[in-house]
Design a protein around this ligand. Structure first.
Ligand SMILES: CC(C)(COP(=O)(O)OP(=O)(O)OC[C@H]1O[C@@H](n2cnc3c(N)ncnc32)[C@H](O)[C@@H]1OP(=O)(O)O)[C@@H](O)C(=O)NCCC(=O)NCCS
Length: 206
């Protein structure tokens, strides 16, 4: 299933380029945390009860960009509840993190339970640069997952609302995602609709 959300007012802008990441696991964020905290939350389309926001996700919770130290905070355990996360060495993880950070186009966002020091939810916004639509940018949402013990606490909604608003803030002309039919109702809460286009896929390995 292919879901799409087109914005009505595309405009040119530049994605913030971040400095080169450290080589040892640390708390350097993948992107500027202010991008999450300075969003215009009044534009969010989902309902939250009780009210939560990127700045205030709930007691003992923090929403922020991924950092390499999250490798030791169960980041892969959460990802493994979505799909095969595979066996990844710290070196591989840091190399991929640095690549994403340098590009300035990856917004891997996490929610941490600071009492437990554990990542409990994550979702990613990727910005694709295009020549079409006057060299526009398109957002793609990937890897949305909330750890099973934290589901139903609005964290999935919080991440999706945040990344959708962030894509608009970064001047994407539209944002898309792929999901199973059973999850369509979830994504409709954030303004996505099922596209006419088919999602086609060729898998080379798992
Ligand atoms: C889908 C997922 C991210 C939702 O996160 P969550 O934190 O449990 O959901 P929230 O508490 O934020 O949202 C709850 C709301 O969404 C709805 N909802 C939750 N999961 C849903 C689903 N799969 N389909 C439709 N609606 C769903 C609830 O009914 C509730 O609606 P309400 O706000 O109107 O009462 C989570 O269940 C998950 O990680 N699933 C496994 C991984 C997965 O399938 N990811 C999506 C890949 S495309």
């Amino acid at each position: 299933m292919h879901l799409c959300f087109a914005f009505s007012t595309p405009a040119a802008t530049t994605a913030a380029m971040m400095p080169v990441a450290a080589v040892m696991p640390d708390d350097t964020p993948m992107f500027d945390p202010n991008l999450l905290h300075e969003l215009d939350w009044s534009q969010n389309t989902a309902t939250f009860s009780p009210a939560i926001s990127p700045l205030d996700p709930g007691d003992g919770l923090v929403m922020r960009p991924l950092c390499t130290a999250d490798l030791n905070r169960g980041f892969f355990k959460v990802l493994g509840q979505l799909t095969a996360a595979g066996v990844v060495s710290p070196e591989q993880f840091i190399k991929t993190f640095e690549h994403m950070k340098r590009s300035g186009d990856y917004y891997v966002t996490v929610v941490e339970d600071t009492n437990l020091g554990q990542i409990v939810a994550t979702a990613t916004l990727v910005i694709e640069h295009k020549f079409t639509h006057s060299c526009a940018k398109r957002g793609r949402v990937e890897d949305v997952v909330v750890s099973d013990e934290c589901r139903g606490k609005q964290l999935g909604k919080l991440l999706m609302s945040t990344l959708t608003l962030l894509s608009k803030r970064l001047n994407c002309y539209k944002i898309t995602l792929e999901c199973l039919p059973k999850n369509v109702a979830f994504y409709k809460k954030f303004g996505y609709s099922v596209s006419e286009e088919n999602y086609m896929c060729q898998k080379f390995f798992n």
